[in-house]
Design a binder for this molecule. Structure first.
Ligand code: NAD
Length: 452
């Protein structure tokens, strides 16, 4: 069996390896999950929750070790890696309660008919995940699917197989054989899994692959959940607190070296604030130490791969060739790219249209809020959007006119506990998290009888 080696993007050293699952063996993994499905479903939600509840403590006991592995595999600062792992462990109890409430049968009675709505397991769920949040993403797909009574076959990113396997091992220690299967590899294994006998495909990743999966799933009318890429705008209105807006822009453009689906990728700033905004953003960028994520002082780690770095540098060079200015950054050393501030970005440039996924803040000056909204909405993507402005009705109205799934006002897009993680337009199709998200892992069935 061939091996998939995971490399540390900061040093190039091998971190470890897993066995690649030959694509022709993927159906066998699905068959094992299929065999385990009836008994897992028969446990009922309370039985499954009881088995899975100890996952929180199991993860919590190993947070530091898991965080270091995560950082070594994909580069993010170890403090952020620990935060990712802790957020999974801390959320489990709440998620269990939320899923149980979301899936509890409901009875409707209109005086003539009594109907009960059930939310049953679908069967076998495929979970295909990216490397950006390589511990949290598998959890976001695997956990609600399992609690809902499905069995799961996980195919994690080929960039981060070790941390995903570590997550799966913790789950597998708590559940019967076959309930969670893992297949390792890249697109061939992903394609084989989509083509196999699965009932639902829960995918987080790029828009391009999302489209391939949607097309491949059509033949069997398989259910799909697609959480795809973004090109999130930040609007800085005339009335904004410019220092706060610039500090937010720096955080949200450069966090995880810009490799976050809801990174700020486009900034539309009111002309009157522009100079001050760019100056403050550049100052904040300069404060962010770039280095190995294992160093406590690092705020920005390496990009995950040479392919990703080359894509980012190509976009920046193309923007400069078309008239943009590098105000700060632009340099790189190996996979480390300095936080970069670009001004004079225009809508025709590739960097204003396609996902960058790197530490680049792209600034466009606008003359009105209407222009900012029109430019923000002129995108195929629609994952998140953020607006900074006075705490008033006008800012609220601007926020409501943005065509995105998640909109932040004077903050990032992360909502209160229990809100969905949802994209609009080509950023998503169906979604997970929240009461409504959990229901996407089930088959709704309605049983009706005459009212006696
Ligand atoms: P990717 O689409 O290249 O790969 C994602 C997964 O799909 C990997 O496991 C990969 O092996 C697999 N895959 C590749 N080709 C496949 C195919 N033809 N059929 C089935 N599976 C296939 O994405 P990536 O580079 O790992 O992650 C970055 C992307 O993920 C960005 O676009 C980012 O915005 C997006 N993302 C979105 C969210 C969200 O919540 N919306 C969250 C994180 C990342």
């Amino acid at each position: 069996m061939s091996q998939l080696t995971s490399y540390d993007p900061a040093t190039g050293a091998a971190v470890g390896a897993v066995d690649v699952t030959p694509a022709e063996q993927v159906p066998a993994a699905v068959a094992r999950a299929r065999k385990a499905a009836p008994a897992w479903a028969a446990l009922g939600i309370a039985g499954r929750a009881a088995l899975l509840r100890p996952l929180a403590a199991a993860i919590g006991a190993r947070t530091d070790e898991l965080a270091r592995l995560l950082t070594r595999e994909m580069g993010k600062p170890v403090r952020d890696a620990a935060g990712e792992i802790k957020s999974v462990a801390d959320g489990i109890e709440h998620e269990l309660g939320e899923i149980e409430a979301a899936l509890a049968p409901e009875t409707l009675d209109d005086g003539r008919t009594v109907s009960t709505i059930y939310r049953d397991p679908l069967g076998v769920c495929a979970a295909i995940t990216p490397w950006t949040f390589p511990f949290a993403m598998p959890h976001w797909m695997v956990f609600p699917a399992l609690v809902a009574g499905n069995t799961v076959v996980l195919k994690p990113s080929e960039e981060t197989p070790l941390i995903a396997q570590a997550y799966a091992d913790l789950v597998r220690a708590l559940v019967p054989d076959g309930v969670l299967e893992v297949v390792h590899g890249a697109d061939d294994q992903g394609k084989a899994l989509v083509a196999a006998d699965v009932d639902l495909i829960a995918f987080t990743g790029s828009r391009a692959v999302g489209k391939l999966i949607m097309a491949a799933a059509a033949g069997g009318l398989k259910r799909i959940i697609l959480e795809l890429g973004g090109k999130d705008p930040l609007l800085v209105l005339d009335s904004a607190d410019v220092d706060k807006a610039a500090a937010f822009a720096a955080r949200n453009s450069f966090r995880n070296a810009g490799q976050v689906c809801v990174s700020t990728e486009r900034i539309y700033v009111a002309r009157g604030l522009a100079d001050r905004f760019v100056s403050k953003l550049s100052t904040e960028a300069a404060k962010m130490t770039v280095g190995n994520g294992l160093d406590e002082s690092t705020r920005v780690g390496p990009l995950v791969s040479a392919r990703q770095r080359d894509h980012v540098l190509r976009q920046v060079a193309d923007a400069v060739a078309h008239g943009a200015t590098v105000v700060r950054g632009g340099e790189h050393d190996g996979l480390f790219v300095q936080p970069t501030v670009l001004t004079g970005v225009t809508p025709e440039m590739g960097i204003a249209q396609e996902e960058t996924f790197g530490p680049v803040a792209c600034v466009t000056v606008v003359d009105s809020d209407a222009e900012a909204v029109a430019l923000a909405n002129a995108s195929r993507y629609g994952l998140g959007a953020v607006v900074f402005g006075a705490d008033d009705a006008h800012t609220a109205e601007v926020a409501r006119s943005l065509n995105a799934g998640m909109i932040g006002v004077n903050q990032g897009v992360y909502g209160a506990r229990g809100t969905p993680w949802v994209g609009a337009r080509e950023s998503g199709f169906s979604f997970h998290s929240s009461r409504d998200g959990h229901r996407n892992f089930t088959q709704t069935r309605v049983v009706s009888r005459p009212k006696s």
